[in-house]
Write a protein that binds this ligand. Structure first.
Ligand SMILES: *Cc1c(COP(=O)(O)O)cnc(C)c1O
Length: 351
């Protein structure tokens, strides 16, 4: 096995790299594309899960962050700043710490999952929790970056999407062509925009014969694109997609329309049931937002879009351990027993 390359080196020709760009990496990218064993049977398709939770900080954000931070370092920046529902701050904090930048993160108070907060804390970011939404946090970050010498690493930073498009390259490299359908959660809408760009660029470069239909899914209480209007108080259990005014709204709509896909919504119940299904039927533990892609697949298949014989990829955007509270909230507590063989056998129906 060779030393880890990272996305900057592996996809250098497709990225905005100059002779001065530091070729940094924390081991992002090259994530598994795992074939479904159970869920695909119901739909008669060839289904794969792209496990973006296997990135160094447990979400796809690392693909874009490595490019944004490399360019910040190249430009002489000393500090980075982001608004976050959790994963952007975890990723910014890691890359900031790893490559000598101060990291400032602004999060909605009470709106970020425990594991993500733990990451920002341990990587040493300066964290401000505001009494407001993600959209307000992002607006404050925009203003702060205009007044002070700090580089914004939210997906309004164009280098973020450049890095994130490499996930589309990996899917084509793994399958030998683009899939027929790509299912993906949509929050701030940067990722769907980046994937579409990646598929189009790879197709243009002759690396793929086709491009997929882009199937984006928002949560019901946070579905501005589906409803065609800004949502002032977005609500959903899936905190990573709890966004009422997506920064890449237009990019997402273009991805949908140019690809012949759709952007629809799934309910929190559908998200949670897909979240459990993915864990129990496939052995894959994604965070709740990630399950929106699988919930979307189930929804469209039940509505009658035939996936028979199609190649389908669901993006599992982040790792389940990020949000342990959701995992155990409605779970039955463990059975507490004395350390006694017969009692345990009885409880496990082994007697
Ligand atoms: C950021 C994030 C999303 C949403 O991606 P956008 O680019 O904001 O649409 C979905 N899932 C997870 C786990 C995320 O971290």
């Amino acid at each position: 096995m060779a030393v880890t390359k990272g996305v900057l080196e592996r996809y250098r020709e497709f990225l905005p790299i100059t002779a001065k760009t530091p070729m940094i990496t924390l081991g992002e990218g090259d994530t598994p594309l795992v074939r479904s064993r159970q869920i695909e049977k119901e739909f008669g398709c060839e289904l794969y899960f792209k496990l973006e939770g296997c990135n160094p900080t447990g979400s796809f954000k690392d693909r874009g962050m490595v490019v944004a931070v490399a360019k910040a370092v190249e430009g002489g920046s000393r500090a980075i700043i982001c608004a976050s529902t959790g994963n952007t701050s975890a990723s910014a904090a890691a890359y900031g710490a790893g490559f000598g930048l101060s990291t400032f993160v602004i999060v909605p108070q009470g709106g970020i999952a425990l594991g993500k907060m733990a990451q920002a804390v341990v990587y040493g970011a300066r964290i401000i929790a505001i009494d407001g939404s993600f959209d307000q946090a992002l607006s404050l970050v925009r203003t702060l970056s205009q007044k002070h010498p700090v580089t914004v690493v939210n997906s309004i930073n164009p280098y973020r999407l450049e890095g994130q498009k490499t996930a589309a390259f990996e899917i084509v490299d793994a399958l030998g062509d683009a899939p027929d359908y790509l299912f993906i959660p949509v929050g701030n809408a940067g990722n769907i925009t980046a994937y579409w760009r990646g598929f189009v660029e790879y197709h243009g470069a002759g690396k793929a014969k086709s491009t997929p239909r882009m199937m984006g899914f928002q949560a019901e209480g946070s579905a501005p694109i589906v409803q065609g209007k800004v949502i002032e108080e977005p609500k959903t259990i899936a905190s990573a997609i709890r966004i009422g005014n997506p920064a890449s709204w237009e990019g997402a709509v273009a991805a949908r329309d140019e690809s012949g896909g759709l952007i629809d919504l799934v309910t929190d119940d559908e998200i949670l049931s897909a979240y459990r299904l993915l864990a129990r039927e496939e052995g894959i533990f994604g965070e709740p937002a990630s399950a929106a892609s699988v919930a979307g697949l189930i929804k469209v298949a039940r509505q009658g879009i035939s996936l028979k014989g199609k190649k389908v990829v669901c993006i599992i955007t982040g790792a389940g351990l990020k949000d342990p509270d959701t995992a155990i909230k409605d779970a039955e507590p463990p059975i507490e027993l004395a350390a006694e063989l017969s009692a345990i056998e009885q409880a496990l129906d082994l007697s």
